[in-house]
Write a protein that binds this ligand. Sequence first.
Ligand code: ADE
Length: 234
Amino acid sequence: MRIDVLSIFPSYFDGLTLSLLGRARDSGILDLSVHDLRDWTHDRHRTVDDTPYGGGAGMVMKPEPWGLALDDLAPASPGGARPTIVFPSPAGEVFRQSTARDLATREHLVFGCGRYEGIDERVFEEASTRGEVRLISLGDYVLNGGEVAVMAMVEAIGRLIPGVVGNPESLVEESHEDGLLEYPSYTKPAVWRGREVPPILLSGNHGAIAAWRREQQLERTRRRRPDLLPDDED
Ligand code: ADE
């Protein structure tokens, strides 16, 4: 998979050289490039923002650098491959595990990180001539810009690309994969500071362990995230 990230703070993404995604990049499974949006400016101050038409607080990102960056990273190619272009935004659809699964099937993702009060609306129209445009929110809170949201999305998507996570079984038993929260995990020692591991886990009875884990998932989900349960399980 190819991923291009556009940001005025490319060093936010230095962490993506670490751990599983770092290894996926080294091995060529993930072709991830982070670009400085200011490389597509042409004035002495490398300006990316300006005051909003109609007035109001804050600054708006100018369309010109975005247009030139899209020309390079997502060129109009009739009949050719079309990338999926994601703009993180608190005004977008909420990012879920299902969104990650969907985006993990794409060949080419372009992420455009906005800052300030947002990006000139015409950039989204222009981008939609190059590929599918998705505005995606990390959740119902406001960040200072899209970088942290894109870090989270790239990690959630990247680990679903075949070969990135060594043992694919570890993808299956995660929170949210089956719509429920994960069951609790324990390792040695069997007693730690007087706290015992639930005896069922030491029983060797795989059927009983699976049933216990399922019950724990349901109980946790009911208690912490009842919104995830279908109405008839409330
Ligand atoms: N940019 C600012 N807030 C955001 C959020 N909640 N999700 C995605 N991008 C954002």
